[in-house]
Design a protein around this ligand. Structure first.
Ligand SMILES: Cc1cc2nc3c(=O)[nH]c(=O)nc-3n(C[C@H](O)[C@H](O)[C@H](O)COP(=O)(O)OP(=O)(O)OC[C@H]3O[C@@H](n4cnc5c(N)ncnc54)[C@H](O)[C@@H]3O)c2cc1C
Length: 221
């Protein structure tokens, strides 16, 4: 069972990366990594950092695991950058963040198709899901194996999760748990930061309504 270490705001991330990559050097052996780092592709330097880590890991012969996300701390990153007067580390437009996610995803899939390593694509974005699934297919990466999986938050983008799972891909649903006073602020932060997710859950509701209608019709006629 792999251990995926989350990514947080840029001012604490160097320390998290230090501990994660040290643990990866100690524990990742053979083909299947146990300790995974997280790359946030809303950051302008995401691709550059991903290249640096993979290059260093290759040199040391350490198989790496990465969880790829867009990133959940847009407002706090922008607020701090503005208050201290430095340029925001976040891409200028959402299109750049999408391109960065899809570019990093493609890079990682090519990497694991030709060598050791694993990737978890943690996204609710249907376009990114489709692109990655097509790329995995093209590269011949086995669907149900330990090299690649998709992940969504529990209760979010179920249509994407079910679609990928029906196509044979491994899919996880992340379920936060813990004391209410810790879980509620976590969920509120996600709701506030990820308006895209809320739009996607609207799409899910639309699909559920359509399915309910279909079943009602089937039961009546
Ligand atoms: C399994 C799982 C694990 C996760 N773990 C982490 C984690 O460790 N660390 C973490 O930070 N987040 C984590 N997340 C949250 C993740 O970052 C959010 O789900 C993500 O931000 C929502 O993006 P999306 O890929 O679902 O796509 P979309 O909903 O298509 O994209 C929305 C995202 O795009 C980015 N964005 C929006 N507007 C702009 C803009 N103007 N400029 C640049 N970028 C923009 C933001 O990141 C925003 O959240 C995790 C999510 C999942 C599903």
């Amino acid at each position: 069972m792999p251990l995926l270490v989350d990514a947080e705001q840029t001012w604490v991330q160097p320390a998290i990366d230090y501990f994660t990559y040290s643990a990866a050097i100690m524990h990742n052996k053979g083909d299947n990594p146990i300790v995974f780092g997280t790359i946030q592709t809303y950051l302008k330097d995401a691709k550059e950092r991903l290249l640096l880590v993979t290059k260093a890991a290759d040199k040391m012969g350490v198989p790496m695991g990465f969880k790829l996300v867009r990133g959940a701390y847009m407002s706090s990153e922008s607020k701090l950058a503005e208050s201290l007067g430095y340029a925001s580390p976040i891409h200028k437009t959402i299109k750049d963040a999408h391109n960065c996610f899809n570019g990093c995803s493609s890079f990682l899939l090519e990497k694991i198709a030709n060598g050791p390593g694993s990737v978890v694509l943690a996204t609710h974005n249907i376009e990114s899901g489709k692109l990655a699934a097509a790329k995995a297919y093209e590269l011949g990466i086995g669907k149900v194996n330990h090299k690649m999986e998709f992940a969504q938050l529990y209760g979010m983008s179920d249509a994407l999760s079910f679609g990928l799972s029906s196509a044979g891909f491994q899919v996880s649903k992340y379920m936060p748990f813990g004391p209410v006073e810790m879980v509620m602020p976590y969920l509120l932060r996600r709701a506030e930061e990820n308006r895209g997710i809320l739009a996607a859950s609207g799409f899910d509701r639309q699909l559920i309504r359509k399915e309910l209608g279909r079943r009602l019709k089937a039961a009546v006629f």
